[in-house]
Design a protein around this ligand. Sequence first.
Ligand code: NAD
Length: 406
Amino acid sequence: MQNNPWERARAQLKNTAKIISLDSLLEARLGSPDRVVEISIPLLLDDGSVKVFTGFRVQHNNILGPYKGGLRYHPQVDMDEVKALAFWMTMKNAVIDVPFGGGKGGITVDPKKLSESELERLTRGFARELSSYIGPETDVPAPDVNTTPKIMAWIRDEYSKIVGKDSPAVVTGKPVGEGGSEGRTEATGLGGFYALMELLNLSNREYKDMTVAIQGFGNVGSFLAEYLKEAGFKIVALSDSKGGIYAPEGIDVAKAETYKKSKGSLLGFGGKDISSDEVLTLPVDIIVPAALENAITEKNAPDIKASIVLELANGPTTLEADEILRAKRITVIPDILANAGGVAVSYFEWYQNMHDEKWKKEDVFKKLKAKMDSAARAVYGAHKTYGVSLREAAYIVALKRIAAAV
Ligand code: NAD
């Protein structure tokens, strides 16, 4: 059960429902997605052959507003994972207090094995089949693992052709010149940084020179690393799917990024080469899972030495691991708070599209900070009031907001 994210999501719901005596009908409603869409996408490959791909869209709940959540292109995308990710979006949107419900989707594909034109045809095919289920006021997809602003622009274009009018608000995470918001690329990493800072402030913890190890050096992990370094944290380990590096004296994040771009991997950058997962058990103050689900399990949790886990990936900690971390008194800043910056700025983008506005980057960051600070304070408040973990507190905040809107 521990590796099934959907079972984990349901267990989290059940646990919190009990703490706040949630209405049983609402609990049952949230315990299953509103709708699950499965789509076959036949694709003509460049070599003339045809391959059929499977895409999913799970619309979990829309009590607070249109379904909202990312699309992931990954060879291991499966329905239980997508259902869990959609559930977490419902919770996250409620925690960060934006008027959206939760959705998630994806295609079971390794996009690195497709040419650019195959990827475009696959995405447009997916968008055509999805078009009757999505829309600015129905369901608004966004980027996630392996999906990019360009992919979002293809979806907007395809959807707009089908409905016969330009509809930029059908997706978020578009390129800035094509209806995207300033600051969306930085948003999740920056939001995680704001949440961490606010919680450190609330708990009166000094952060200068705290050491940090980050698993996943993609969009989210790389921006977080830069903001942390700028604020005086010491980034000592980084990893991606190919492996990691550990340098106790500190890593020059910008140089590591350039190196990774040119070599395709962090290995050999400097310090010591380590495995992708080893970053999580190093002797550091903060670890940041920023790659995929189930990074922290009962196998590696006993070896974790950090005092703070900042969950930037979705669902990186299994239930069993969560128990182990709790017993070790490790503070876990839960995903539905820590990585909510992405959807906060997605909401800002959607809002700008709907109202034909364009905000400056500094205004976006100011509004993002306000959202993250306020969510962190609400979660910290519930943590103190109910004497529960920050994760349970985040679910309490979310479920109370949803219950109040029914
Ligand atoms: P990305 O594709 O840009 O980066 C993912 C990174 O993880 C890559 O560097 C990849 O090499 C690395 N990775 C994959 N498997 C790994 C492993 N086993 N060990 C170490 N590294 C590994 O994706 P992203 O947008 O940065 O998203 C990362 C996580 O953050 C995902 O869980 C995603 O759902 C979550 N998230 C992203 C956003 C967003 O705005 N992009 C918002 C909320 C949550």
